[in-house]
Design a protein around this ligand. Sequence first.
Ligand code: ADP
Ligand code: MG
Length: 282
Amino acid sequence: MSTIISIRNLHKRFGHLEVLKGIDLELQKGEVMVVIGPSGGGKSTMLRCINHLEKYEKGEIYFKDVLLHEKRVNMNEYRMKMGMVFQQFNLFPHRTVIDNLMLSPLKVKKMDPAEVKEKALNLLKRIGLSEKASAYPINLSGGQQQRVAISRALMMDPELMLFDEPTSALDPELVGEVLEVMKQLAREGMTMIVVTHEMGFAREVGHRMILIDDGLIVEEATPTDFFQNPKSERTKSFCGRFYRKSSRSVYRGAPAFCFVYPENREHDEPRADEGPYGDLFF
Ligand code: ADP
Ligand code: MG
């Protein structure tokens, strides 16, 4: 096995707020790592440090054996190797779907336009959106937009994909189509770090799970051990906050066994029909 990402003792603060307090992590080629944890724990910050969208004060991040923060490293070159998909799709609204896909390979990689177009059309075909090539993002559903955003990242032939809650802004009935694309990628051997509370995904294609809380990794295990034999009290209490519920009409058709985690509703009152932190569906 070869290591793609190695993080050692990563510390990150925003002003006086220490957000990452010493993260150590190794990710092997072909591995799918699922990251969960409470809102504000530092999950997004860790992903953003990996591709250096954020600077950090202390610690090291290696891509293969290259120490990324060294001055001689051209970070743009390494950013291309790491595709990132966000909760809010982030497509360019004034560009068509195919232009969204073609932009970076043309501008950043200076690839041949005909080759880029062929590649974009192939990717759109793969996700079943060939007929949307000339559409604008606003005319696509959230699920379609997110599938396009994943394809756009794949246009750069990344060696690693970083997903930051890719389905948590979607209506429940659109979550499945995005997870399907991600599962397919995982099965094809893509190396992935996925921040998500979709536990069906974790169970089906995840190799390892970590729980990040208050800037630290408090549990690291296979998905099976994570749920069945959690080592830390923190994991037990985090998982325990989700109570079991067998059905709710809006989640019919959602993948079996998933957290519905109110990350986006942290300022909302819990609904009458759910526990204080959301539900765990089987
Ligand atoms: P998570 O993704 O686990 O919800 P984040 O990594 O987004 O957590 O945030 C961790 C902490 O860092 C939170 O307290 C958040 O408010 C803070 N934070 C994140 N980004 C910034 C920023 N750009 N400036 C100041 N504080 C930030
Ligand atoms: Mg986040």
